[in-house]
Design a protein around this ligand. Structure first.
Ligand code: HH2
Length: 279
């Protein structure tokens, strides 16, 4: 899932794709890079973000979604019912919902729905996040919401632990570590770590300031790859080329691991791929 923020203030790509033309160009570029879904958002949910009025969010996202749905599956990243409905009316087929409350819209539109866990609201969520049992609370919440959505008739229900949404770096790492337990719930899992603040905290040396978003690509690749190995069915990323290359490489390594040297020469993993037989 490629991230496309049609906003002036998103923490990483804010302002880059605020106008229709650059937004469309970036969406199509991510499709060429290997994205299966483009996630279009018109309201930043970064820590401290201020809400965007409904009319303004509609103005930002609807033309972009309408144009992209001719080329690729589009999800709408919103917490507003009217924005989700407008997005579906122009062809979006997935509602990506950090409020985890819009399943009735997905049910009536016969589209997919992503339940994301968030503690609090973006404005205050990083003030002092606390859990007694972060894994139990996040997984329990998601499975409950996902079942509600299924009962309401949504046929495609995703769950997402909401990395960075009211969580410390330790909470995020714990959730990533225990991702297989969420995968075991049977709902397809989506994970978004891309360029997030905890990667900056983890990449900094002792006593150093967190590394800025522009320098968090290694952490994005590593954690997206970790999530896929742990069973996530989709990762939400800004850097589609880098992450899909990592996924291909790790996937090839995995499927090559049980090949004997003789089988490797004739296997699709080794055969016909320039350079793979070289060393
Ligand atoms: N993260 C962000 C926004 N939407 N949706 C899902 N399902 N999972 C996530 O982890 C997730 C999400 C925040 O990232 P971004 O859109 O890049 O930034 P901003 O909120 O500043 O626009």
């Amino acid at each position: 899932m490629g991230v496309l923020n049609v906003t002036p203030d998103s923490f990483f790509d804010g302002g880059r794709y605020f106008d229709l033309e650059p937004a469309l160009a970036r969406g199509l570029e991510m499709v060429a890079e290997g994205a299966d879904v483009i996630d279009v958002g018109g309201e930043s949910s970064r820590p401290g973000a201020q809400p965007v009025p409904e009319a303004e969010e509609l103005r930002r996202v609807v033309p972009v979604i309408e144009a992209l749905t001719r080329h690729v599956r589009v999800s709408v990243d919103t917490t507003k019912r009217a924005v989700a409905e407008a997005a579906l009316s122009v062809g979006a087929t997935l509602v990506n919902d950090i409020s985890a409350s819009l399943w009735p819209v997905a049910a009536s539109g016969a589209v997919g729905w992503v339940a994301v866990h968030m503690s609090g609201t973006p404005r205050t969520m990083q003030d002092d996040p606390r859990y007694d049992d972060v894994v139990g609370e996040v997984h329990g919440f998601l499975v409950e919401r996902a079942r509600q959505a299924l009962d309401a008739g949504v046929r495609e229900v995703w769950v997402d632990p909401g990395i960075g949404f009211g969580k410390t770096a330790r909470h995020n790492l714990t959730l990533l570590h225990h991702l297989p337990a969420l995968v075991a719930s049977g709902f397809p899992v989506l994970v978004g770590t891309s360029r997030k603040g905890f990667l900056g905290v983890l990449a900094a040396g002792p006593g150093e300031e967190p590394v800025p978003a522009a320098q968090r690509l290694p952490g994005s690749i590593a954690t997206a790859t970790w999530a896929m190995l742990a069973g996530a069915a989709m990762v939400r990323v800004h850097d589609v080329t880098a992450v899909s290359r990592s996924a291909t490489l790790v996937g090839s390594t995995r499927s090559a691991s049980d090949l004997t040297p003789a089988a490797a020469r004739t296997s699709p993993v080794g055969a016909g791929r320039p350079g793979l037989g070289a060393r």
